[in-house]
Design a protein around this ligand. Structure first.
Ligand code: TTP
Ligand code: MG
Length: 228
């Protein structure tokens, strides 16, 4: 249930829980990171609703967007914004909640990229921005820590090829470079959008074994977010 606090809608009982968002480029290893921490007691992991983006009542907005971003960008991003909001507001029982991405990166990275690259009409960008501003002004979406998996676009390109998600076969290197630049400007250079939380950077170009090792090394720092 939602109640009102300081003018914003707040999910009851969620104020004391820590929220950690895992961020990074496409195929940077977010799901692997979440799977690793899902084995920890007291952490509840929410994976990204990407399966919904590939199938909403039998339609595939993710696939449509990659085929024709100008026509379908608004459709996909409207639905992603809804599913991310739903994730942020969903009740959890554990004291720490870890989630893949956030409503903030969907807007600040992906919507921004569609618009800046000339693929999204200005009116679509305006409507999405109005929605985003309304949501973030009227609903409390607390985040305590952002874990940024920092990769080179090249690493992501190689991982994308290995993973072979059908819709993503059309993604060129330039797309990953653009997403990377937007992430760096947001989370590292801090020249674009306000940060919703402090950022912990983990370099993520390494193989799986080394990545798991690094997650373990950073465990304390990550869980420190739950003591705020
Ligand atoms: P990611 O959110 O990067 O998820 P992933 O599973 O690919 O990442 P990882 O390997 O690190 O776990 O992207 C999922 C797909 O959705 C990808 O094709 C990019 C696309 N996408 C958008 O087009 N717009 C958005 O706002 C978001 C969040 C994703
Ligand atoms: Mg994933």
């Amino acid at each position: 249930m939602l109640s009102s606090s300081q003018g914003k809608l707040v999910r009851n009982g969620e104020e004391k829980k820590a929220v950690i968002c895992i961020e990074g480029n496409i195929a940077s290893g977010k799901t692997t990171c979440l799977e690793y921490f899902s084995k920890t007691n007291n952490i509840e992991v929410l994976t990204e609703p990407v399966s919904k983006w590939r199938n909403v009542r039998g339609h595939n907005p993710l696939g449509l967007m990659y085929q024709d971003p100008t026509r379908w960008g608004l459709t996909l991003q409207t639905y992603i914004q809804l599913t991310m909001l739903d994730r942020h507001l969903s009740p959890t029982s554990a004291p720490v909640r870890m989630m893949e991405r956030s409503i903030y990166s969907a807007k600040n990275i992906f919507v921004e990229n569609l618009f800046k690259s000339g693929k999204m009409p200005e009116v679509d960008f305006a409507v999405l921005s109005e929605w985003f501003d309304w949501i973030t002004h009227n609903i409390a979406i607390p985040v305590d820590l952002i874990v940024y998996l920092q990769t080179s676009p090249h690493t992501c390109f190689e991982r994308l090829k290995d993973r072979c998600r059908e819709e993503e076969k059309v993604i060129p290197m330039e797309y990953l470079e653009a997403i990377h630049k937007l992430y760096e400007d947001w989370l590292i250079n801090q020249t674009t959008f306000p940060l919703p939380a402090p950022v912990l950077v983990i370099s993520a170009d390494h193989d799986r074994q080394k990545m798991l090792h690094q997650y373990e090394e950073n465990r304390e720092k990550i869980l420190a977010a739950s003591h705020v």
